[in-house]
Design a protein around this ligand. Structure first.
Ligand code: GLA
Length: 678
């Protein structure tokens, strides 16, 4: 064959591989890669050929422009709208899709993505976040090779378990903080999802993001329109640090409630009392919390159930009435008591779930998610309520109303959801629409959130799902914050918060100081280290405050008061990551810089023993190089400082190009600095 080239071997331009890729490829034609749309037409035809029809651009307000590309099948009356909302200031694009049709009979939509992003480069490095209970948002980075890499969940509720629906994609080299072409996305959806990254044989990468097509075919009649969740996308030519700051700015403005208000310092009762409390236990906790300077007390699980009292996780869930054996004067008394001590009051609920041992489960068996006659498998001794059913939605809205009606002083609700969905199915949905469950559960939940928010716009709501199991902008937009993880061990928290804060701002991530030895890990860590880690998020306590004893009382009070001073910088400032906890040398460090660059807070952590001659060193970032900053160590445990230049003034230029050396190096030593423009 040498020297002979058959004419078929000549390079032919392939129309499907022209430089301009399709904006929303459907299954059909010569598109061999995974499609963004797969549907079956009313006549059984499996393929779709979307062609451009028109486009519309609308200025929604001075910051947002919506561009809609209208596509239509070349033969069938099927319409797809690809929507992009560009957020100018935050540099974020939200993308979603709508499909509707005018075929004579129903169509079957087997898959419809929120976004399709085609890229072409020499190499792609994917950063993603895996996790499980008490181990959320663990970062991994890998070079993509040919084939498909998928990030997904099929668990329905705990969407961050296994993987988080987000990615960072760095072009040609691993992602850097402050340089390099980086794309990123996070899906605003609290249900099953799939993000797929396909590197084809020509080296092109297609990123398809959206609801998971698994067991979720949707029958769409000519009256219906199906709208996908939003995929929030970002690009930066300056590395992943800028991507994070863009998402934080977007999140504070569009992705969460009340970001204009600083978050209060919380004492949550869970790890301090679990189910074992009396009225006295709680009022004592409130007394000590008030003395410490805490601003909000949250009564966690265990306050409800009468016929089936909630004294453990195996009874009472669903029966949202006060257990008067435990709390004879009710929750109202406790909320009033907290108010009399100057504290706000919050309460825990888990309204989507039910214990088999409950009045609710016995009264409404048809409300429980189940797969026909199969066993309903309990998880943490509980079942899931079927949120596709409007009666269940009403029940949850009424439950929320009743709980707030217990006292005008309840202004915070911790909304938990402690299991995933398995053996899926609904007594409410008809037999031919069972596969609508995954989608309709989530839209049912959002419908409930909307009704609650319409009635109770000011109440603070924490998003919790066995810790950080439900961490997405789809749900967060109705909430004030998330309970980042049930793992309160400060060392693990550095990694979990590093992951969560990649997309979600510090003010959205609850971070609590707990007792030592830690209840999840058994690890013993210094109180200062525990505070220094929790203070880089939304600070709270998760312990019996009376367990803080001796010298530690003074330290804890001072730390709480210190946090109040630096809180606006942390909660509203820009995050600059300096040393990654995943780095090779056992350090972690980041800083928050106020938007006007007049103030900053630096956190530095030693994650292992470094020996006597190895010190923490880092250049700072995000400052104004022309400004002069006084650098002051705060939240100190000793009279002396770990910084030789403490309380001296340095230029931003010096701090960012020379940096600081700190005398920390023992295992779990840490330091916090305030930088103030002079
Ligand atoms: C979940 C939450 C915890 C606590 C318990 C109560 O695990 O994540 O913070 O509220 O439930 O049962």
């Amino acid at each position: 064959m040498s020297g002979f080239q058959h004419k078929e071997f000549k390079k032919q331009p392939d129309t499907q591989h022209q430089l301009a890729p399709q904006i929303f490829p459907a299954y059909g034609g010569r598109h061999y890669q995974a499609p963004a749309l797969k549907m079956t037409h009313a006549d059984g035809v499996l393929t779709t050929d979307l062609v451009y029809a028109s486009m519309r651009q609308t200025s929604l307000d001075e910051n947002r422009t919506e561009t809609v590309i209208f596509l239509k099948d070349s033969i069938y009356p099927v319409h797809v709208e690809v929507h992009f909302i560009a957020y100018r200031k935050e540099n974020i694009i939200s993308q979603f899709t709508e499909i509707y049709h005018n075929e004579k009979k129903d169509i079957q939509v087997e898959q419809i993505a929120s976004s399709f992003v085609p890229l072409h480069a020499q190499a792609y490095y994917l950063t993603h976040f895996y996790g499980t209970w008490a181990h959320e948002m663990q970062q991994e980075e890998e070079m993509l090779t040919h084939g498909v890499k998928t990030i997904e969940t099929r668990r329905g509720i705990q969407t961050t378990k296994a993987e988080h629906p987000s990615f960072i994609l760095s072009i040609n080299a691993p992602a850097q903080e402050n340089s390099g072409d980086v794309y990123a996305g996070t899906l605003a959806w609290s249900g099953n999802y799939e993000l797929s990254f396909e590197v084809d044989e020509t080296g092109r990468l297609n990123i398809i993001s959206g609801m998971h097509p698994f067991a979720a075919t949707r029958t769409l009649s000519a009256r219906d329109k199906l709208r996908t969740p939003e995929m929030l996308l970002a690009y930066s030519p300056n590395g992943k640090g800028e991507i994070t700051r863009n998402f934080h700015n977007w999140g504070r403005k569009y992705g969460m409630m009340h970001a204009d208000k600083l978050r209060p310092i919380v004492l949550n009762s869970w790890e301090g009392a679990y189910f074992n409390f009396t009225e006295q236990t709680i009022t004592d906790m409130i007394d000590t919390a008030a003395d410490f300077g805490v601003e909000l007390f949250v009564l966690d699980d265990g306050w409800f159930g009468s016929k089936y009292p909630r004294n453990a996780d195996n009874a009472g869930l669903g029966d949202w009435h006060v257990n008067t054996d435990k709390l004879p004067r009710g929750v109202g008394y406790l909320a009033d008591y907290a108010a009399s001590k100057g504290l706000q009051f919050g309460i825990w609920i888990e309204p989507e779930m039910v214990n088999p041992n409950s009045e609710l489960a016995k009264k409404y068996p048809e409300w429980i998610v189940k797969s026909g006659q199969r066993d309903i498998l309990p998880m943490r001794n509980q079942w899931v309520l079927d949120l596709t059913n409007p009666q269940v939605q009403d029940f949850i809205v009424e439950t929320f109303d009743r709980i707030l009606a217990m006292s005008p002083h309840i202004n915070y609700v911790k909304w938990d959801a402690n299991r995933s969905i398995d053996n899926v199915g609904s007594d409410y949905l008809p037999a031919d629409k069972q596969s609508h469950f995954w989608h309709d559960y989530v839209t049912g939940l959002y419908h409930v959130y909307e009704r609650i928010r319409a009635k109770h716009p000011d109440v603070q709501i924490q998003l919790c799902s066995a810790g950080g199991g439900r961490l997405d902008y789809g749900a967060l937009k109705y909430h004030n914050e998330v309970w980042t993880s049930d793992n309160t061990n400060a060392l693990d928290r550095i990694f979990i918060q590093h992951g969560a804060n990649t997309f979600f701002p510090a003010m959205a991530t609850g971070a609590h100081v707990s007792t030592s030895p830690n209840h999840q890990t058994g690890m013993m860590l210094p109180l200062k280290f525990r505070f220094d880690v929790a203070m880089s998020g939304r600070l709270g306590l998760e312990l019996q405050p009376k367990d803080i004893k001796g010298d530690e009382i003074g330290f804890a009070k001072a730390a709480i008061s210190c946090y109040k001073q630096i809180r606006p910088i942390i909660q509203w400032g820009d995050l600059y990551r300096l040393l990654s906890p995943y780095g090779p040398n056992g350090w972690a460090s980041h800083m928050y810089v106020s938007q006007d660059k007049q103030q900053a807070v630096l956190f530095a952590y030693s994650l292992k023993y470094h020996g006597r001659t190895e010190y923490f060193e880092t250049k700072l970032a995000g400052l104004d190089s022309t400004k002069q900053y006084k650098v002051t160590e705060i939240n100190k445990q000793h009279e002396w400082s770990v910084f030789d230049g403490n309380e001296e003034v340095f230029s931003g230029d010096y701090l960012m190009n020379v940096g600081l050396m700190l005398h920390i190096g023992s295992a779990f030593e840490s330091a916090v600095f305030l930088l103030e423009e002079q």
